[in-house]
Write a protein that binds this ligand. Sequence first.
Ligand SMILES: *[C@@H]1O[C@H](CO)[C@@H](O)[C@H](O)[C@H]1NC(C)=O
Ligand SMILES: *[C@@H]1O[C@H](CO)[C@@H](O)[C@H](O)[C@H]1NC(C)=O
Ligand SMILES: *[C@@H]1O[C@H](CO)[C@@H](O)[C@H](O)[C@H]1NC(C)=O
Ligand SMILES: CC(=O)N[C@H]1CO[C@H](CO)[C@@H](O)[C@@H]1O
Length: 378
Amino acid sequence: MKLSKSWAVAALSGALSTVTYAAAHEVKAFTRRVVAIGDLHSDFDNALTALRLGKLVDANGDWIAGDTIFVQTGDIIDRWTDTIKLFRWMDQLRDQARAAGGQVISHLGNHEWMESIGDWRYATDEEKATFGNDTFRFEVLDHDWIGQTWRKNYSITTRLPLHPSLGPVDTDFHPGWKKSSNLTTSALSFVHGGLSPTYSNLTPYPSRINEIGASLLAKLQARSPLPQPFPPAEASPGLPATATPEEVELYSPDGPLWYRGWALDGWDENGEDDSTICPDVDNVLAQIGSRRMIMGHTPLFTEITTRCEGKVVIIDTGISRGVLDSPSALEILYTLNPTAHSLTWEETEVLTAFYPTGNTTLWTETCTVVGDFAKWHV
Ligand SMILES: *[C@@H]1O[C@H](CO)[C@@H](O)[C@H](O)[C@H]1NC(C)=O
Ligand SMILES: *[C@@H]1O[C@H](CO)[C@@H](O)[C@H](O)[C@H]1NC(C)=O
Ligand SMILES: *[C@@H]1O[C@H](CO)[C@@H](O)[C@H](O)[C@H]1NC(C)=O
Ligand SMILES: CC(=O)N[C@H]1CO[C@H](CO)[C@@H](O)[C@@H]1O
C-alpha cells in the first residue's frame, strides 16, 4: 500500500504520542552561546567586570566559558589608561578560548583607526606614559605588536551564523541566493558604528567591508616615516593620499566605523519613534543575510538598548570610567530544539543584558522551522 506523506506523518505522530520523536530517535538539540561587549576604552578593571558579567572569565581574567563565542565590537583604546594591558589580554583570551572550543571575535572601532591614523585627541597622558614615549607608542600602534594583532586578529564587521548548517563565522551572504532553508538568515551582524542604508559596499557581506578595511590598514602601516601625531601636530594627518574612494567612505561619518543612525535617528520629543528607521533596518538586514545588527559606539544610556523588535541592539553602555563607568554584557542564547515531528524544530533566541545590579531579558524570539538539521547536532 502506498501511503501519502501526510498520512505517514499523521501515523507516526500518533504512534509516538507518548514518547517524542526526538527521544525515540535520539535527535539532539543544538545550543550556541554568544556574549557581546561594547566599547572598553582602556579601562581594564571595568572590562574585567564586564567579561565576568558575561561569565566569560574568572577573577584572574582566564577563560572559563568553554565553547562560547565572545564578540567585542571595538574601541578598546582611548579615554583611560590600560591600552597595553587590554590588547595583551584579548590575545591571551583568543588562545584560551580556542583551546576550550570557543572563539574571541575582535573588531576595530573608530578610535583604533584614529590612533592608527595619528589622531590622538582622545589618548590620555597617563595612557601615553605607559608606552614610555610617543615615538615608541606610534610604532607599537602602527606596525609593531598592537598594529600587527589589529591586522591579523581584528576586522571591521562579522557575520555570525547561529546554526552550523550556515557555515563558519564570516561565511558570505549573497542576496541572490535562493532561500535554502528556514535558517538562511539565522545570523547576527556585528560592527562598531553601524551599517547604514546609504553605505555603498555592504555586499557581499561581510567580506567586502573587511577587504576595504584590510587594504586601508595596510596603507597606514606602510607609511614611512610616520607623520607627527595630533596633538602635538595642529591637525590630524588624515588618511594616506593613496586611499581609494572606497577606503575614504569606510572612514566617513556614514561608514561602518562612525555611523550613529541606528542609535540616534527615530526619536522625537515624546521618545522613541522606531517606525521611521525600521524599514531601513529591514532593508539592510535583507542585504546582509542577518536577523539583527549588534553595535557599540554610541553610549545612549547605561543600559543596552534594542530597537525595531530586537533587530537593532546598541551595546555601548559607556563601560569605561573614562565614559559612564557602567559595565554590561549582552548574552545571546540560541537553541534549535527537536519537536515531536521529525523535521520540525523550535528555534529560540534569548537576548539577556547583564549589569552589576542584575539581568534583564531584552528580547525572546521563538519560531518553528522545518528542515533536516539533525545531522549537524553531533
Ligand atoms: C622611546 O622608547 C623606546 C622603547 O622604550 C626606547 O627604545 C627609545 O629610546 C625611546 N626614545 C626616546 C626618544 O626616549
Ligand atoms: C593574534 O592573536 C594570537 C592569539 O590568538 C596571538 O598569539 C598573535 O600574536 C596575534 N597575531 C599577531 C600578528 O599579533
Ligand atoms: C537573571 O537573574 C535571575 C535572578 O537573579 C536569575 O534567577 C536568572 O537565572 C538570571 N538569568 C540568567 C540568564 O542568568
Ligand atoms: C520562520 C520561517 O521562515 N518559517 C518557514 C519555514 O518553512 C516553511 C515551509 O517552507 C514555511 O511555511 C515557514 O513559513
